[in-house]
Design a protein around this ligand. Structure first.
Ligand SMILES: Cc1ncc(C[n+]2csc(CCOP(=O)(O)OP(=O)(O)O)c2C)c(N)n1
Length: 262
């Protein structure tokens, strides 16, 4: 199957789960589809047979409110039967709103409280020196002081097997990231802390793959310019889609846009 077909399937699964459960964070999920696709289909060392897959590298979704995008990607990659996606955020279901590493195969780290993933990633990078560790953070999440403690420590330890990917969609829950606490010069900040910082188009899978594979002798920060709500025209760059879930008309319109998008 082609890249674009797979990313489209992931977006359709996200939309279906959000509509059925009436839950939040659809914009946050659409923002990271190409990043997750690139990691799970091109970067992470994964072995095994269908529904019995093991990841030899490590991935942490630190912005764990984007859980639905990870569930959809894991389902698409074959970590579990896609039927399981129907168990998202419903009574008696197995997939919670925020990540629980015991809820499904392929989830390396529980999460939900922002600002912890990078520190956990440091521990994993120290403990698994032959593996690469990737941590995906939100730009609003970079407002957390704990992120910058981890940024300092990773550079002090020269953890060349650690990569942070910042989903730079310029929006957070209650406003524009630059209005809440300015994150305009993310590139300079991560560089100043001793990281190898690189900016990419976070919806271009070839660019993402190239920069994720680029060798580095120190921790790497990929600042991925993205669009919150990417893929559905009326959700793109709209703050309200952080919390809102689509009603029936919005669902059908979004579905038809995604069906048409190739
Ligand atoms: C410590 C903590 N504070 C507040 C929240 C509530 N919260 C959930 S998502 C969110 C906004 C995150 O914005 P960003 O990191 O930019 O991610 P985006 O949704 O824009 O992709 C906030 C404040 C939280 N989950 N954890």
């Amino acid at each position: 199957m082609e890249d674009v077909q797979i990313t489209k399937n992931i977006r359709k699964s996200i939309l279906d789960m959000m509509y059925t459960s009436r839950s939040s964070h659809i914009g946050s999920c659409f923002s990271i589809v190409e990043i997750l696709y690139t990691l799970y289909f091109r970067i992470l060392k994964i072995r095994g047979t269908q529904f019995d897959l093991v990841v030899d590298d490590k991935f942490i979704l630190s912005k764990a409110h984007g859980s639905v995008a990870l569930y959809a990607t894991l389902g698409e990659r074959g970590f579990f039967d896609k039927k399981k996606l129907e168990e998202y955020y419903v009574d008696g279901g197995s997939l919670p709103g925020h990540l629980d590493m015991k809820s499904a195969s392929g989830i390396e780290c529980s999460g939900g409280s922002l600002g912890h993933g990078l520190s956990i990633g440091i521990g994993m990078a120290i403990a698994n020196q032959k593996s690469n560790v990737y941590v995906l953070l939100g730009d609003g999440e970079c407002n957390e002081g704990s992120v910058w403690e981890a940024v300092m420590l990773a550079s002090h330890l020269q953890l060349a097997n650690l990569t942070a990917i910042i989903d730079y969609n310029k929006l957070q829950g209650f406003g524009e990231t630059n209005e809440v606490i300015n994150q305009k010069n993310l590139h300079e900040r991560w560089s100043a802390f001793g990281w190898n910082a690189i900016e990419v188009n976070g919806h271009n899978v070839d660019e993402l793959e190239k920069e994720l594979k680029r060798p580095s002798d120190k921790p790497k920060a990929i600042i991925a310019h993205t669009i919150k709500g990417k893929g559905v025209s009326f959700m793109e760059n709209k703050l309200e889609w952080h919390y809102k879930s689509p009603n029936k008309d919005e669902y059908l319109l979004a579905r038809s846009e995604l069906e048409g998008a190739l």
